[in-house]
Design a binder for this molecule. Sequence first.
Ligand code: DGL
Length: 253
Amino acid sequence: MNARTDPIGIFDSGLGGISTLREMRKLLPGEHFIYYGDTGNAPYGTKTREEVLQCVSRVVDRLLKEQIKALVIACNTATSVAAAQLRKDLQIPVIGMEPALKPAHEIRKSGKILVLATPLTLREEKFSRLMSRFGEGAEKVPCEGLVELVEAEDRDGAKRYLETLLAGFRLDEVDAVVLGCTHYVFLRDMIKNMIPDHVAITDGNAGTARQLRRVLAERELLNDAGEGSVRILTSGTDTDLQKMNRLLQNADT
Ligand code: DGL
């Protein structure tokens, strides 16, 4: 049996899920989080589904040693390949993510929706199901290589990448851009400056934080007494660890 004071496990292939964790800290300041950045194995999005399943299984085994009361997959790619199986295998609630196509669909007038995500997310069955429900006017935009630029905090490189990418679209015909990878959320302001004012940008972070709160409340596992905490673990280097800690503190980045 888990207690309210037990920690929540949360992971991503690297630093992307820190953008999700920041939303969760705002909404659930009393919770204790253990974040695992699998930076030693990033990126996930250009691997095969079998390779990602192996990475996820190692990360989840490590987090389960911490007596976690819930698991958050702060990664669209890992969710697409592993969430269904993890929900079957684990006793604790599993909260996953998907590209925020539904909110984009609700905003859409008659223009296009560009869904930026990793090649693996866009290839998976889970995304095809989402497209069949909310995909009118939506176009898949796989962004191979962009996660690496975010991991390296290469903002000039990311800017060049995005300029080239977006040059391929008539942006006046676009209604919304979906940030379908938690790493891309760190590029939100940069993207905002590259697109016309009328184009909305959606991501799944706030919705996932609300979903976590709902699930914890349902199971009477919400911890809203006292001050929460975050501990970060990584398969990467000390530098990766410092980077993730810095991004967690710096809400403006
Ligand atoms: N941050 C991830 C996502 O939301 C995974 C990126 C990757 O490692 O390719 O999809």
